[in-house]
Design a protein around this ligand. Structure first.
Ligand code: FMN
Length: 180
């Protein structure tokens, strides 16, 4: 099964979603290279890692409410599930693990979609846009601040470029940050 275009997942970009599995929820980054499978890198020791490797099934939930990201880390009791997915998800994809690779402190999980539901067409969360905004703000501050603060802001922009190259390779966000 192919992940439908309506999910808006660009190949090679990383999107932030909520992964639910066996009653647990946690934010995770996902990436597809071919629209037919997804990759995640999960830190060993997390509940998500343990459950996914054991049950081999999980759900990718697309949400646009930052509170859900917060709650799924710090106030899990507030997370509302409906079956295997989040009650407030705009869309979700049921996934099955079809391979994993040990990366030392993390496990790379490969999974294929089994079924999907779209309640509202999702706008998948990618970090690049907000990093560009932060970088633009930092760049406009530079002429007004002391040398030490300037160094700090320049470092911040450099670091944002590094992250944007990772989460949105080849994007217009990357081109904007390269100009800065
Ligand atoms: C936006 C966002 C993305 C995250 N992506 C990942 C990820 O790709 N891999 C990972 O291991 N942890 C990631 N985390 C951290 C986990 O969500 C966090 O460690 C969580 O508490 C794990 O919960 P669990 O023990 O219930 O699995 C991310 C956190 C946030 C806020």
């Amino acid at each position: 099964m192919k992940i439908p275009d309506e999910f808006g997942l660009r190949k090679g970009w990383i999107y932030e979603v909520i992964v639910t599995a066996a009653g647990n929820a946690a934010p995770m980054g996902i990436l597809t290279r071919d629209s037919e499978s997804i990759e995640m890198e999960i830190y060993k020791g997390s509940k998500t890692c343990e459950i996914i490797l054991d049950k081999r099934r999980f759900v990718i939930n697309f949400v646009d409410d930052i509170d859900i990201f917060y709650n799924s880390i710090f106030e899990k009791e507030k997370i509302e599930l409906e079956g295997n997915h989040l009650k407030n998800a705009n869309a979700f994809i049921e996934m099955e693990v079809d391979g994993e690779e040990d990366l030392g402190d993390r496990v790379q999980v490969n999974a294929v979609p089994l079924a999907f539901v779209i309640i509202k067409v999702p706008r998948p969360v990618n970090r690049a846009e907000s990093l560009v905004l932060e970088s633009l703000i930092a760049s406009t501050k530079i002429p007004h601040v002391c040398a030490e603060e300037r160094k700090f802001l320049e470092k911040k922009i450099q670091d944002n470029l590094r992250v944007v190259k990772k989460v949105a390779p080849g994007s217009r966000f990357e081109r904007i940050l390269e100009k800065l």
